[in-house]
Ligand binder design. Structure first.
Ligand code: GAR
Length: 321
């Protein structure tokens, strides 16, 4: 089983969304686990709840600190806890640009409106004042623009006659508690979806010169060279031969290199059945944090190992520039 994605939750208040994430994470098949709950307010109710559930907590008041310095301390705690992702859950601080950029694509937020409507505060008041038929909530990726990142999922919530901001907020909150755990699970889970992984490897493999995709014994593979003389330089093994892994198979220089790699990083590399004998190493891709630049490097190395000289020469010449 690939490990669960590790989530740090940042909050400023009661933490009911954090609780929803936490209780969802108690299911065995939930693809994430919460490793830290952190707050800018040591008195936040969410911290108490998390501590009682045995989750590590961290509090760092922002008072007296420059925004970037406060964010740096939060970042240190989050990374120290080994988090792969951050889930903002009622974290009422604007985050500095470097912090947001370093978590790009790995930080989600829940917002109590149907974005792009009503960014910022007082969302329910504004929906009611506008006479909207629905309020709602959105889970989105966090970008440097406030409440503006790509929306991953939304739930509309009908406005009832006589609703005020509090009654509407209370019903939207129920929707939030359903939406956030499901969306977070789908988001972090997709990276271990073999179909997504194969597509991603294919996208990278096909950027190399004269490559094409071809299946081999039921595994997706990529070749370099012509239709008849082409050679495979990569495969993705999707739990092939009973192995509990989705992995890239790439060509090493031989048994010594393979043994050294496996020895140095046994979590990442293994010797695949059959292919291992002819110098192919397996690099696990069903992990929460795949370094795709590293995978790209392996594809290129493997491509070089089998590509005809005329192509590797071209590549060398291109790299001179
Ligand atoms: C939630 O309604 C969340 O959507 C909102 O704060 C509340 C936190 O409640 N977030 C924002 O307004 C962010 N701009 P909780 O502490 O019980 O999860």
């Amino acid at each position: 089983m690939p490990g669960k994605a590790k989530i740090a939750v940042l909050l400023s208040g009661r933490g009911s969304n954090m609780a929803a994430l936490l209780y969802a994470a108690k299911a065995d098949d939930c693809p994430y686990e919460i490793v830290l709950v952190a707050s800018n307010d040591p008195g936040a109710g969410g911290l108490k709840l998390a501590a009682a559930e045995g989750i590590a907590t961290f509090a760092q008041p922002h008072k007296g600190l420059a925004r970037a310095d406060h964010d740096a301390l939060m970042d240190e705690a989050v990374r120290g806890a080994g988090a792969d992702y951050i889930a903002l859950a009622g974290y009422m601080r604007i985050l500095s640009e470097p912090f947001v950029q370093s978590w790009q694509g790995r930080m989600l937020n829940i917002h109590p409106s149907l974005l792009p409507q009503y960014k910022g505060l007082h969302t329910h008041e504004r929906a009611l004042a506008a006479g909207d038929s629905h309020g709602g909530c959105s889970v989105h990726l966090v970008t440097t623009e406030l409440d503006d990142g790509p929306v991953l999922a939304q739930t509309p919530v009908a406005v009832l006659p006589g609703d005020d901001a509090d009654t509407l907020a209370a019903r939207v909150l129920i929707a939030e508690h359903q939406l956030y755990p499901r969306t977070l699970a789908a988001y972090v889970g997709r990276f271990s979806d073999p179909e997504w992984i194969v597509a991603k490897v294919g996208e990278l493999a096909l950027t190399l010169p004269e490559t094409s995709a071809r299946e081999s014994h039921g595994s997706p593979g990529w070749r370099v060279g012509g239709e008849s003389s082409g050679k495979f330089f990569a495969y993705v093994s999707v739990r092939h031969h009973g192995e509990d892994a989705v992995a890239l198979l790439a060509k090493t220089s031989g048994p010594d290199e393979m043994a050294a790699l496996i020895d140095a990083e046994p979590e990442l590399y293994y010797r695949p059945a059959y292919y291992g004998a002819s110098g192919w190493i397996a690099l696990r891709l069903d992990r929460p944090q795949v370094d795709w630049a590293h995978v790209r490097g392996w594809l290129e190395k493997s491509w070089r190992a089998v590509a005809p000289k005329r192509l590797t020469k071209l590549m060398d010449a291109a790299e001179e520039f």
